[in-house]
Ligand binder design. Structure first.
Ligand SMILES: Nc1ncnc2c1ncn2[C@@H]1O[C@H](COP(=O)(O)OP(=O)(O)OP(=O)(O)O)[C@@H](O)[C@H]1O
Ligand SMILES: O[C@H]1[C@H](O)[C@@H](O)[C@H](O)[C@@H](O)[C@H]1O
Length: 315
């Protein structure tokens, strides 16, 4: 495994746990977030109940800013976002896109309709059906800045992170964390979101060079956890049940935070960003996953991209 990412507290001081941190004498490098902002339309009982900024990049930026408030206050960007939208993009002045503007394309902004079921969702049943109604351009390797990064987050929502783009991220970044949704989503003629087996995609051969792969419990069967854990550390998030980490030779469960769910959108994105922030703080993988659970729980408690109060992170 490229990274000894065993989430075992006895490895807490190990060099590999510090992978995202600058070594003595090295300059502090930025992070690289790759994935597009999108428009989310929330539908319940056939009625539009909300229209919000979406896209993993929006949720991830929000959490990374909250987790590094000093940089955010000073207007410094501890990470860059490479994202694409069309001229119809409705949220250019929202905090995340305003601070890290997307590349403008002739095609329309990626847009999803999320149809929520009225029935109370069980802990494991999918609580929404997603349909992609517009897709912006993919993000090409040449769209990425030509410099080194401390870490990369591949967080596409509509297939925009091409295999060659992920490969370039791996070359530019010291460690890459990937959301499986960027790799295994497939769309039928009507835009309904389905999944393909990761093993059947061109991304599979890149897994040994990925540090962490995060999948939801719905995506996990398509990822093939037993195969993937031999190549990188796999994190499976499980909604209100928290998450599990799987590595070659072990696994750990990380408990959730209680939350009153009002909108599940962005929970996985916020989890992954919280997890990355935890690694940046020098936490072990299990402790970083606890921070991920914290941000995931915070995300489901609000509609759209959540607002975090500084007090939430104290104590
Ligand atoms: N109802 C909940 N209560 C507490 N924590 C939650 C709840 N839902 C999600 N979380 C937290 O957020 C994390 C990610 O949630 P989930 O597994 O639903 O991801 P996801 O399906 O990828 O989400 P999405 O696609 O909506 O962004 C969970 O591991 C958990 O820590
Ligand atoms: O804004 C959301 C969010 O980024 C989710 O993680 C993704 O599953 C959806 O497709 C997207 O519409």
């Amino acid at each position: 495994m490229p990274l000894a990412a065993e989430p075992d507290d006895t490895h807490e001081e190990g060099e590999d746990q510090q992978l995202l941190l600058a070594k003595k004498g090295e300059p502090t490098l930025e992070g690289l977030v790759v994935g597009s902002y999108c428009h989310d339309v929330l539908i319940r009982g056939g009625r539009v109940v909300g229209e919000t900024l979406g896209g993993a990049a929006a949720f991830v930026s929000n959490v990374l800013d909250a987790a590094s408030p000093r940089e955010a206050e000073q207007g410094e960007a501890p990470f860059v976002v490479v994202s694409k939208v069309g001229r119809d993009f409705a949220y250019a002045s929202a905090p995340a896109p305003a601070r890290r503007p997307p590349l403008l394309c002739a095609s329309p902004t990626t847009s999803f309709h999320a149809q929520f079921s009225d029935a109370a969702a069980s802990a494991h049943a999918p609580d929404r059906e997603l349909r992609r109604v517009h897709a912006c351009d993919p993000i090409y390797p040449a769209d990425l800045p030509d410099r080194r990064f401390a870490y990369g987050l591949a967080v596409g929502v509509a297939g925009e992170v091409l295999p060659e783009t992920l490969e370039r991220m791996i070359r530019l970044c010291r460690a890459v964390l990937v959301d499986a949704q960027a790799l295994i989503r497939a769309f039928d003629g009507d835009g309904a979101v389905g999944h393909v087996a990761l093993e059947d995609t061109p991304y599979a051969r890149l897994l040994p060079r990925v540090a962490f792969l995060k999948a939801s419990s719905e995506e996990a069967p398509y990822v093939g956890v037993e195969t993937a854990r031999r190549r990188c550390c796999v994190i499976v998030t499980d909604g209100r049940d928290g998450c599990r980490l799987y590595w070659d030779g072990g696994e750990a469960r990380v408990a959730p935070f209680p939350a009153v769910q009002v909108d599940p959108t962005g929970a996985g994105d916020s989890f992954l960003a919280g997890f990355a922030a935890g690694l940046l703080w020098g936490l072990s993988a299990t402790d970083a996953a606890l921070l991920g659970n914290f941000f995931g729980a915070a995300a489901v408690s609000q509609v759209g991209v959540p607002t975090f109060h500084p007090k939430m992170l104290q104590g």
